[in-house]
Design a protein around this ligand. Sequence first.
Ligand code: CTP
Ligand code: CA
Length: 229
Amino acid sequence: ALDPTVARPLAGRKVAISLGGTREPLDPVRFLGNRSSGRQGFALAAAARRMGADVTVVAGSIEAHPPRGLPLVRVGSAVEMREAMLAASADADVAIMAAAVADFRPVSVGAHKIKKTDGVSAPTIELVQNPDILAELVELSGPSQVVIGFAAETGDASGSALEHARAKARRKGADLLVFNDVAAAEVFGSGDNSVVFLDRDGGTVGAAAGSKADVAAAVLAAACDLLGE
Ligand code: CTP
Ligand code: CA
């Protein structure tokens, strides 16, 4: 039943997908945000649904239009996304973190709009680290669950993008980390994508390139393989 070449290999399976960016409130009208179109996440949701899965999408802020008829659980902050993803993943066979989660949030949220006063220096925003949702999903996952993360990396003086991604794969412990080299392809908001699949030891276990729909299909085929193991 988990053969990805059959028509609906995920029939009877539940897939939870987070996508979009989180918005970390600063005061009643302002936030610190993470940019994410949501396109790759929606492509994953469409592919999972086509493969027969019962799909739950937890969506932060998005620029793309959701596929027709796909219900969304809307969230704002990383803390809200954590709650919604833990709930959606509890009985899911596959959990995918395609969201751009803000790494930090303001320590406190003002009850009133922050005002500016001439002659008074600009406020300093103190930040605290957000929970690592992917790491928690890995921690909570049962032996038959598959947890998938995404990582967009760039190379720098301390290593190549791929080296950073391998280190992240080992750190996160997800069953699959989908790595894309940001410098190699302009992925943000664009239609195309090129990715490498890493296992929890940082080893390369696959690759995919093409449209976001092509990449999504490859990611879900890999999920089917992992479910079948
Ligand atoms: N992620 C998450 N919770 C966070 C941050 C990230 O679940 N608080 C997930 C993302 O959705 C993605 C994966 O972790 O699937 C990798 O995100 P990334 O930002 O690349 O990793 P970080 O651990 O935040 O490391 P970095 O310092 O490089 O941003
Ligand atoms: Ca991050």
